[in-house]
Ligand binder design. Structure first.
Ligand code: NAD
Ligand code: ZN
Length: 696
């Protein structure tokens, strides 16, 4: 292939990956391959500078700005970092720095390379006035409202000596625990899982509704301070001061006297990084003194005084011995790979995720194959490929089951879904058990004293078949029940030592003594006063999470109204689209479900909403109707709704002739505003609304 053709090909390929990565929060290929292709392009361009294309990804920072947010210009450009996967390159970097500084003494600061999204925050007189994404490095998206939802980002700094105007930068990220929590919740209600924490964080920061952003508890580690005034002499001083001002600075950084110290920092963190609360993908090495940073300067794309060392993904090879299939709460069947135990990043791996049937086909993997397993930040490692050079004659195809491994029902695959499903929702044993677990969770009926195997035992003994049966349990039925189980897979399962010896797994005994029984029965009794929204969530209707349950309850107020609602009405409820509407509608059409509701109702569960009692503040909005759109500086959605009610106003669910006022916030929905204009509805800014309240 001619160099110009290859350059052309690489340029358009890499631009496509950049677009997917930064605009759509998706990784089409892995970072290592991306970086290799970029390095190839770079070296071709160095050989043939005249062939460099004007839109080459080597010339610019990867992201762009989007149309959905206001554009802001960065006071100081937000650059990328040169990166390498080799120690030899680091030695070269060190030599370049040495040369650039003419033999002057210098130090490095080593930091983790956090794998999230670069954020910039501007403070004026100690108050956070703007938050932005990196964008194309020159201009970014104004996501101030979204950044305000990060609890560890101070909205105001109370310190004596502050520069009047300064900027801090850091990495916004979704902590691993939060990522797992969200995915568990999504799995529970049948939503597709988020692919990885970085892309999830990036997607979240781009959402328009900052209320939804706040629900995902994002965090941010700060690593840079910028100001026109010279405030600090070194990067080290700035990190210490930032932490002192209350910013979240990861305590993982270290000052290194020379490149050898840098190398040992790198070695030390190679496996230790897996203990951090977020994913990292390498180390950032920065020259400590600011005057030396200025002396070294910048290329078009990155500083010359810093470099990123990236770890190669931690992978191991082992044999795929068998595949088992797990059935989740919503009936989704997930294949699990069983492997010859292998040591990976300090832990023994015996099982790995295979995701779904598509993934098995994509990998082209067979039983008996030698496979690659990789560990990301997620708890469960994944199988990422096959070593075909090691394939023997004896491999066997993986026969994906046609019937549920638990109950024998024929599996189905719904349109556009990656998983096969067992549709025997009510009687398939793992689905039934998961249905109970969903029902008793804290955010549903809060009967968690029934957790940890107790439900399993009740089902085993035929004491309960559906959650409605819980309300017929008595002390006599429960007292004295007991069973010993082998420990579930997890930390307590058989331990394998590096010499190959194995410790047997622990067992656990579930026992119903008097105290346990009293606790359970009183929790069951108390659950009758859980709110209607909790009960609706507890029913376990596909796609109905807590938020959707709240919206439905707000709209319909009672189970009767909800059950009677036609499909179109359901689809018109705020935040409920056609997909959720259909799921809810069909659920209530089912006779068995209707009988289930009857039994729960008879047991005394709450099926009407008690509108939240709000203390009356004034009559200033009496007789007037309101609707709001967008986000507000002074109110969350809930707070705004409360203020309206507390001052005698009434909230409507859509723009109609009955509407008096539309309160328009930032990033308002254009369709509501347009409709309000057509119907001559008065529009209010947040300030005007506050003036009406008399609370200005
Ligand atoms: N897989 C894909 O399809 C794909 C596509 C595009 C980019 N990428 C990946 O993204 C990388 C390029 O991204 P980039 O241009 O954002 O550069 P980069 O991520 O390599 O380096 C710059 C960024 O590092 C981050 N960072 C984390 N910790 C830091 C610290 N302690 N100090 C300073 N900065 C820190 C900042 O967000 C900064 O913007 C590529 O090397 C590639 O691995 C992957
Ligand atoms: Zn089944």
């Amino acid at each position: 292939m001619l160099p110009q053709d290859r350059i052309q090909e690489l340029t358009s390929q890499l631009n496509y990956y950049n677009d997917q990565y930064y605009q759509h929060s998706q990784s089409v290929i892995d970072d290592f391959t991306f970086d290799k292709l970029l390095a190839e392009l770079q070296s071709l361009e160095q050989q043939y500078p005249e062939l460099t294309l004007p839109d080459s990804p080597t010339l610019r920072v990867g992201g762009t700005i989007s149309k959905e947010f206001h554009t802001v210009y960065h006071r100081f450009p937000m650059l990328s970092l040169g990166n390498t996967y080799s120690e030899a390159d680091l030695t070269e970097f060190d030599a370049r720095v040495r040369k650039g500084l003419n033999g002057e003494a210098f130090e490095y600061i080593c930091e983790q390379k956090f794998d999230g999204v670069a954020l910039s925050m501007t403070y004026e007189n100690g108050v956070l006035v703007q938050g932005a994404t990196r964008g194309d490095g020159v201009r970014g998206d104004d996501i101030t409202n979204n950044i305000r939802t990060i609890r560890s980002v101070p909205l105001r700094i109370n310190a004596g000596q502050l520069p009047a105007l300064f900027e801090v930068r850091g990495e916004g990220f979704l902590p691993l625990a939060e990522f797992e929590r969200i995915n568990k919740e999504r799995e529970d209600i049948g939503e597709p899982l988020l692919a990885n924490p970085r892309n999830a964080a990036s997607g979240t920061f781009k959402q328009q509704d900052s209320g939804a952003v706040a629900k995902r508890r994002l965090d941010c580690y700060l690593y840079s301070f910028l100001s026109e005034e010279s405030v600090f002499d070194t990067h080290e001083e700035s990190l210490l001061q930032l932490a002192d001002w209350g910013f979240n600075v990861s305590p993982t950084w270290e000052k290194c006297a020379d490149i050898e110290a840098v190398m040992s920092y790198i070695a030390q963190w190679e496996t230790k990084r897996f203990t951090l609360p977020l994913n990292t993908d390498g180390i950032v090495i920065k020259v400590n003194r600011y005057d030396q940073q200025r002396e070294l300067g910048y290329t078009a794309k990155s500083p010359r005084w810093a470099i990123a060392y990236k770890y190669k993904t931690v992978a191991a090879t082992t044999t795929l011995n068998s595949v088992s299939y797990q059935v989740g709460r919503t009936g989704a069947v997930t294949p699990v790979a069983h492997l010859t135990p292998v040591l990976l990043a300090g832990t023994v791996v015996k099982r790995a995720s295979l995701h779904n049937a598509n993934e098995i086909a994509r990998l082209g993997i067979m039983l008996g194959d030698t496979v690659f397993v990789e560990k990301g930040g997620e708890i469960i490692p994944k199988v990422t490929g096959v070593d075909l050079s090691k394939r023997s004659e004896a491999v066997l195809p993986i026969e994906y089951p046609t019937h549920c491994p638990a109950c024998g029902t024929e599996l189905v695959r719904r349109e556009k879904e990656a998983h096969f499903y067992c549709t025997n929702e009510k009687h398939c044993p793992p689905q039934r058990q998961a249905r109970f677990e969903h029902f008793i969770q804290r955010r549903a009926m809060n009967i968690e004293s029934l957790g940890e195997g107790k439900i399993e035992l009740l089902i085993d003994r035929g004491l309960v078949e559906t959650p409605a049966d819980l309300y017929e349990l008595t002390s006599e039925k429960l007292l004295g029940l007991q069973k010993t189980y082998p420990a579930a897979p997890g930390p307590a399962s058989p331990v394998l030592h590096e010499d190959g010896s194995e410790e047997p797994g622990k067992t656990r005994t579930v026992k119903f003594g008097q105290k346990t029984v009293d606790n359970i029965l009183s929790a069951i009794d108390r659950s009758k006063s859980q709110s209607f929204a909790n009960v609706l969530f507890a029913l376990g209707i596909r796609y109905v999470g807590n938020t959707t349950a709240d919206r439905l309850v707000d709209y319909f107020g009672s189970i009767g109204a909800l059950m009677a609602a036609p499909l179109e009405t359901l689809a018109g409820v705020p935040d409920v689209g056609p997909r959720i509407a259909e799921s809810v509608y069909l659920w209530f059409q089912d006779d068995e479900n209707r009988r289930y509701i009857e039994r729960l109702r008879a047991a005394g569960l709450t099926f009407v909403s008690e509108r939240k009692e709000v203390a009356q503040e004034s009559e200033s909005l009496a007789g007037k109707t309101f609707l709001y759109t967008g986000t507000f500086a002074n109110f969350s959605r809930e707070a705004l709704e409360e203020r309206i009610a507390a001052n005698g106003g009434r909230l409507l669910s859509g723009v109609s002739k009955k509407l008096n006022y539309l309160i328009v916030g930032e990033n308002a929905g254009p369709s509501k505003v347009q409709k309000a204009q057509q119907l001559n509805v008065t529009q209010l800014t947040e300030d005007e609304f506050m003036a009406m309240l008399g609370s200005e």
